[in-house]
Design a protein around this ligand. Sequence first.
Ligand code: SF4
Length: 377
Amino acid sequence: MSSKLITIGQGAAMTSVANPLHSKGKVMKFIEGTRVITEGELQANNITRYHVTRSYREQIAKGGYYDQLKYIVEPSVEEFLSPGSLDTSGEHDNTVLPGLQHKYAQTGLLLVTDRCASYCRYCFRKRLVGKDSGEIAPDFAHIAQYISDHPEMTNVLLSGGDPFVLSTAKLNKILDYLLPIPHLDSIRLGTKMVAFEPTRFEDSALPAFFQRIQEAGKTAIIVTHFDHIGEISVNAECKIRSLRSQGVQFLNQSVLLAKVNDDPEILAATFAKCHQIGVRPYYLFQARPVKSASHFQVSLRRGLEITRGINRRLSGIHKTFKYIMSHYTGKIEILDLGSDGRVYMRYHQSKTPEKIGRMFSRRHVEAACWLDDLPEE
Ligand code: SF4
């Protein structure tokens, strides 16, 4: 088997050359330096494939934040040491049909692809992104039938992977099944494409795609994924403004990531910029204890300090985000660490409707990053 030298770095495309010294492995460049790695080790440790678009590489290289943003897309040896699970929020248990999750009554989550324009090292769907996962929706007729039979489901989120890696023709085929369902009032598309490849939104077929959604009486919502102000390029801003003028609504979700954006100054600037361009921040996610990505987690104590710091820097109209842990039991808003040594939280969403809106607390443990790190007392 021939081996490869993979170079990964600022502004550099991946290149490969034969390396006869390491016939059983390949020399792979990590943030910390090169290592010889076998394909088996990569797979056993769930190391996500490396791929970054040229435009994102250029954006993070020239924007002045490379030392933070490189952690989003460039491999680190820490990935081999990070413990965790590959399904931290019970996606398997909430899958009602292949490619359709129904965890919260009102929302259907469709996995429409397992591919992305670039791969984030912290992705909580490492189990499927960049792979042929077998988890992608194979049959939209069955999915549409399920949704039709569940009138409580008022919105769907197209996710993956990134739905905008699919052609607009393919996205239109998905709409063929979803738009006739009368009780769906919105179609959301979760995407990091605006950061990774904003030129995707120059597609001349997209205005008609969004118009179809609106003419069917539904709201088209793009959920962007900006973690850092350095990801919001001039081109991304331009595309967002254009789509907004076509009636598309925008929300943003970010993940709180060690070494990337664990800084209230950066996140406040990111959220203020989002508001300025008409994108409403709505979730700041606590990073999940994902295998090979848990080194991105920030402690709950630090996360709450950062959240307070963000709020101190923003005006009232900018404070539209919630600091959220997307847990197996539901979406939990992390509220505060009290002087009594307890972490106060509230269920924002839950499979158990009686829990929604309910506040609860757990005893704080130093360095805890997740609900399961806090004792039930
Ligand atoms: S774009 Fe989204 S789905 Fe794809 S790797 Fe990044 S976080 Fe995961």
